[in-house]
Design a protein around this ligand. Structure first.
Ligand SMILES: [Zn+2]
Length: 270
């Protein structure tokens, strides 16, 4: 164990930025990663505000954070696809590779999965973590750390869009504008769906603030540019941000639907 500085949820409503003992030994097949960027999604907020999510109860201090990107600083034996200095993002859920779900290729639903920042497993709002190399993925040079940290939330968005069976030209309202809601809206956009990301909580109107618009604008701009290159039938449909506290929201939503009635999809996220 090594003492590292981390954002620790001591118990419900009590956070501390302090040193905590975390395992830092790099065994075979493992890598050590210096964390650069971590997203904070509804799961972290739930643990802070409610002290639990369903059966997962914070009954001991726990480091928060599970969607992250960083740089490899140490490589264990038997790791051939990563080197020191590689910029990477990580799969936050480590399954049992021999479980039925894993062998079916559905490792995300393995009931024994160990997921960062899910009691009693510590998360990654800390300076460094040790992680299995096979669940650590090198980022291309044109993908930023912030975008890398959004890869796991974006996978959630792609699964939501896939499960919903979206079609080009559909319309969608995404309730919730945290990392998950934003990535669901992006996934819908990738499927040529007109999407509105709709903050479900007043606190989520942070996304409407100029300080945070820049990052999401740059991500959206890349996505829209790619759609235009692909010859998208909607010509790169934009995402509109609506504020749930705005009384004009119903009128705005119907205007964006261009007289086609209600949105095709309502996707609730955190
Ligand atoms: Zn998350």
């Amino acid at each position: 164990m090594t003492e590292v500085r981390a954002l620790v949820l001591e118990r419900q409503h009590v956070l501390a930025l302090r040193d905590i003992d975390l395992p830092m030994a790099v065994g075979p097949g493992m890598v050590r990663i210096a964390i650069h960027t971590v997203g904070v999604c509804g799961s972290d907020v739930h643990y802070y505000t409610h002290g639990k999510i369903g059966p997962f109860v914070v009954d001991a201090p726990m480091v928060l954070g599970h969607e992250a990107a960083g740089t490899v600083v140490e490589v264990g034996e038997d790791v051939s696809h990563l080197r020191v200095g590689d910029r990477v993002c990580m799969e936050p859920g480590i399954p049992d590779p021999n479980s039925r779900a894993s062998r079916m290729g559905l490792y995300n639903i393995d009931p024994t999965v160990r997921f960062w920042a899910t009691p009693p497993v510590h998360g990654v709002l800390t300076s460094q973590v040790v992680h299995p190399a096979i669940y650590t993925f090198k980022l291309p040079d044109n993908v930023s750390f912030a975008e890398g940290a959004m890869v796991e939330p974006f996978a959630v968005g792609m699964q939501a869009a896939f499960k919903a069976g979206i079609k080009p030209g559909d319309t969608a309202v995404v309730l919730g504008a945290g990392p998950i809601g934003t990535m669901v809206a992006l996934a819908a956009l990738a499927g040529d769906v007109r999407a509105w990301s709709w903050p479900i909580l007043p606190s989520q109107s942070w996304i409407l603030r100029p300080a945070t618009k820049g990052l999401f604008r740059s991500i959206f701009a890349k996505m829209i540019w790619r759609q235009k290159l692909r010859g998208s039938p909607t010509g790169g449909a934009p995402i509109w941000f609506l504020n749930v506290r705005d009384r004009r929201v119903p009128g705005k939503a119907s205007w964006h639907c261009r007289g086609r009635g209600a949105p095709s999809w309502l996707l609730a996220c955190q």
